[in-house]
Each structure stands twice: as structure tokens, then as C-alpha cells.
Ligand binder design. Sequence first.
Ligand SMILES: C[S@@+](CC[C@H](N)C(=O)[O-])C[C@H]1O[C@@H](n2cnc3c(N)ncnc32)[C@H](O)[C@@H]1O
Length: 268
Amino acid sequence: MAKKKQKKLPPFDKYHYYLDSVQAPDIDADFFRETYKELKKKNPKILREDFCGTFAVCCEWVKLNKSFVAYGVDLDTEPTTWGKKNLLPKLTKDQQSRITVLNKNVLDKSLPPADVIAAQNFSFFLFKTRDALKNYFKNCCETLNSNGILITDCFGGSGCYEPNEEQTKFKNYSYIWDQDTFNPITHEAMFYIHYERKGEKRREKVFAYDWRLWTIREIREVMEEVGFKKTHVYWEGSTKKGEGNGEFVMTETGDYAQSWIAYIVGEK
Ligand SMILES: C[S@@+](CC[C@H](N)C(=O)[O-])C[C@H]1O[C@@H](n2cnc3c(N)ncnc32)[C@H](O)[C@@H]1O
């Protein structure tokens, strides 16, 4: 009897899976616009997506309004080249013309001014000392327009004070978030993303992150030290089951969660 032939999977494309499993760029872009409007009572125009990777948020930003302009900043040409090949062609010519990708360091003093600077997916956790973090936030503050805001995210909870692994199942693959280490003395931790497609063996360490786990309070203090006039925390609401509901609201009191994600916003 002939064995049923297994359907051949397309070549593994790590940026495709990252976008599918980790990012929600349309929701992010909308949240950034709404947060600016809430704080400044007007529309923003210019977004700078620091640590932009495939600049997926820039691509969503320019869809929101015909006047919106986006700059993506990333040192590495590999993800930006992927974005140019896979995301830009899905936009209209007019939308494409309002995106500029810069293969530069986020610490570069000549980065373009912006109304909103977004540093997402905890990328600034790669700055491990207070001086290094200060240097980055200072550059953000100096390159923001006068009414500008910096939006970062942060995660925490008792669950990230020890190694742990969390698997999320998607249609044809699993995404595995692996916290490999945590050093309570330095607050440094090593993370990996693994992927496992149906019928294939697990692909180990597709992405690796060597981070310091900053606390919300430290982040706000450093923002204020470099000149941000006000800082705000947007904390996620929860469902009846106690899971995050994807709605982030400004508050000064967080509820207990084994694992949480929050946005921290600095107003220039
Ligand atoms: C965790 S990925 C974030 C990708 C995307 N922003 C997201 O939200 O998922 C971090 C990105 O930051 C870039 N990066 C690291 N250090 C940088 C620096 N000093 N300046 C600019 N980009 C940097 C890396 O090349 C990488 O693409």
C-alpha cells in the first residue's frame, strides 16, 4: 500500500514566523496613535520605530493616515532587507514613499525627529547599565519633537525570576519562549525563541536575547533623569479567567500577575 505523501513545507523563514507569533504591528501602531492623541489632544505624524527589525510597525503606521510618516532604525541589514522584500511590496506606492529605513545605531545623535518613538519588544533591555540606558533615553528625548512621546514596553512578574519555558501552539507550528537563566544579583537573563513546525524537529535558538530585566520604576526614573517631564504606565486589564485582555489603561496600581506586560510612556 502506498504511503500517504507528506506535504513539503516551504523553506523555514524566521522573520515570517517571528511576525506571525510575536508581533501585532497593526495593534501597536493604533495604540501608539491613540496614546499620543490621549496625551496631546491631536494627531501625531512622525513615528520612529527604534530597533525596528523588519519595520512592520512602520508599515502599519503609514496606513493609518495619508499624512503619516515613519522611520525604522536598526543596525542589522538582514531584517530590514527582509522587510523591504516581504512587507513593502504589500503597501501602495504612496505608503511606501512615506517610510524610510535607516541602518543606524539607535544611539546616533543625527536620527530624525519624531512625534512618537517606539522601542518595542523589550529591545532596550540589551542596555545593561544605568548609564547605557540613560544614554539611549537621552538620545530619544533630544531627538523627539517638542510635544513628542517615547513608548517602550516592559515585562515582569514572579514567573520571570526563574528559568521557564512556554509553548504556544499555532496552526502548523509551535512557538517556544525559553527563559534559560536568571541571575538575581545582576537581574540579567538569557532568552531564546525556538520554533517547531509540524513533522519537523525543533529548531533551537532561532532568536537569542541577552538582557537585563529592568523594572518599571527604574525605567521611569531613568526617563525622568534625562528630561522627560512626565511618565505614565499603561497596565493590561484582565479577563474573568485572570488572563490579559489586550486592553492597556493608564494607572499607578498594577495587580498581581505571575507574568505581565506593560507600556511605559515618557512625555517630553
Ligand atoms: C528584539 S529585536 C526587535 C524587533 C522588533 N522591533 C520587534 O518589536 O519585534 C531587536 C532588534 O534591535 C536591533 N538592534 C540591537 N541593537 C541596536 C542598536 N544599538 N541600534 C539599532 N538597532 C539595534 C537588532 O538588530 C534587532 O533587529
